[in-house]
Design a protein around this ligand. Structure first.
Ligand code: CMC
Length: 392
């Protein structure tokens, strides 16, 4: 037994050692395997970063081609899985459908469930990376009742995903290189973030030797919460609500500061970043450029900029070290690219998948690893005697 230390929300407790992602929250530093996020976001492709996270080093040209090919060949889902999407009601939240899809993927790949077999872990990782864009795109397609397309091995990861989401069987899908590059960057920025709620969930579920699909699907569901990945949807809904109600920014900020209102400034604040979120800084630049070029949603972008400015100059936010996080501007970009707000968090999940896989594998490779089993401090009644029902 020994002494049990109470740390609700894991504010001070490390749950593992890891060589994947480094964050210095005071300085606004984020590195994957030692590489600064700014360099990766600008120069790398998402699949290159996925390789880096999972295998520890950047791939050579040949390793990257090989990895891309293996993933592309695993994008097609078992035909029976279409029934799964049809079973969900129109308008079902894509994160629920995606979570169910990832779980179902395990049933369709039963020869990759043995967590003690390295070859099966490898195959399952590739299968997940390949299938996730298809699952996310079909979750979107089924939510709007549009026909599904098949992936094409000749297309890249992001291209495939965009075509599966927005292409139709009647017409060739036109790929916009700027949009592809924006998604490469966004996915890279989301690819890992050490022991956040969803990654810790993946590790905890994985620590019980649950299969990798079950672990990843638990990650999807943890990510769906508005305090975590669901914040990107919540930010856009917040901006729309402010606009619809005709609130001015000052009044909205006053509402947020009044704790009784229960209103938060979504997309602000972070457990670890207390100076700025380096991901938000990169995204803000993209949002500015992309939205000004697309000509859409300028009104919401102006509002977001005004809101950020007001918060950054307000004592409430300054004293609590609250800054815009990764989710503050992403929704505006996703909206400009045609995604409905409900679908934003699925985009986060697509980006985060390599991180979850890398963390799951790192944990599994650890010698003498233990099942995750937090303790508690009991505060309920002391021992008492059972009373028969007619005496209560
Ligand atoms: N709006 C208003 N007040 C806030 C906010 C916010 N967004 N975030 C924190 N605070 C206040 C909080 O009420 C508390 O005040 P006080 O000290 O008076 O009680 C203080 O700031 C410290 O906040 P906390 O809740 O103790 O901080 P935390 O580390 O437990 O929570 C957080 C971090 C991200 C959950 C929180 O900042 C939040 O709810 N933000 C809004 C949701 C959001 O944008 N989430 C995305 C996070 S980043 C990407 C991801 O993980 O998916």
């Amino acid at each position: 037994t020994g002494v049990t230390t109470l740390d609700p929300g894991f504010v001070n407790t490390a749950s593992c050692v890891s060589s994947i992602t480094f964050i210095d929250g005071d300085k606004g530093v984020l590195q994957y395997r030692g590489y600064p996020i700014e360099q990766l976001a600008e120069k790398a492709t998402f699949i290159e970063v996925a390789y880096l996270l999972i295998y520890g080093e950047l791939p050579s040209k040949q390793q990257l081609d090989d990895f891309n090919g293996k993933i592309a060949r695993r994008m097609m889902l078992d035909e029976r899985m279409r029934e799964l999407f049809r079973a969900f009601p129109r308008g079902a939240h894509p994160m629920q459908v995606l979570g169910a899809g990832v779980t179902a993927l395990g049933s369709f790949n039963r020869d990759t469930l043995d967590v003690h077999d390295q070859a099966q872990i490898e195959e399952a990782s590739l299968r997940l990376l390949g299938s996730m864009p298809t699952l996310a795109a079909y979750a979107y397609k089924s939510s709007v009742g549009a026909p599904f397309l098949y992936p094409q091995t000749k297309l890249g990861y992001v291209e495939n995903y965009l075509r599966l989401s927005f292409g139709t069987p009647q017409e060739e899908y036109e790929i916009d290189d700027d949009v592809v590059r924006a998604f490469e960057t966004l996915f890279i920025l989301h690819a890992d973030h050490e022991q956040n709620a969803s990654t810790s969930t993946v590790r905890l579920v994985g620590s019980a030797d649950a299969n990798i699909y079950a672990s990843m699907s638990s990650g999807v569901h943890a990510l769906s919460g508005p305090l975590h990945g669901g914040a990107n949807q919540a930010v856009l809904e917040m901006l729309r609500e402010i606009s619809k109600e005709g609130l001015n920014i000052k009044d909205f900020v006053a509402q947020v500061k009044d704790k009784k209102s229960g209103v938060k400034l979504m997309g602000f604040g972070h457990r670890v970043y207390k100076n700025y979120d380096p991901r938000a800084k990169i995204i803000k630049g993209h949002a500015d450029r992309l939205l000004r070029n697309s000509g859409t949603s300028n009104h919401l972008l102006e509002m977001a900029l005004e809101l950020e400015e007001a918060a950054l100059n307000d004592d409430y936010f300054i004293s609590r070290k609250l800054y815009p996080n990764v989710d503050f501007y992403t929704g505006l970009i996703y909206e400009a690219m045609g995604f409905p707000a409900q679908h934003f968090t699925a985009l986060f999940a697509l980006g985060r998948l390599p991180g979850w896989i890398a963390q799951w594998r790192e944990q599994h490779a650890e010698p003498g690893r233990k099942i995750g089993r937090p303790r508690q401090i009991y505060i309920g009644p002391g021992q008492r005697d059972y009373a028969p029902i007619n005496e209560r």
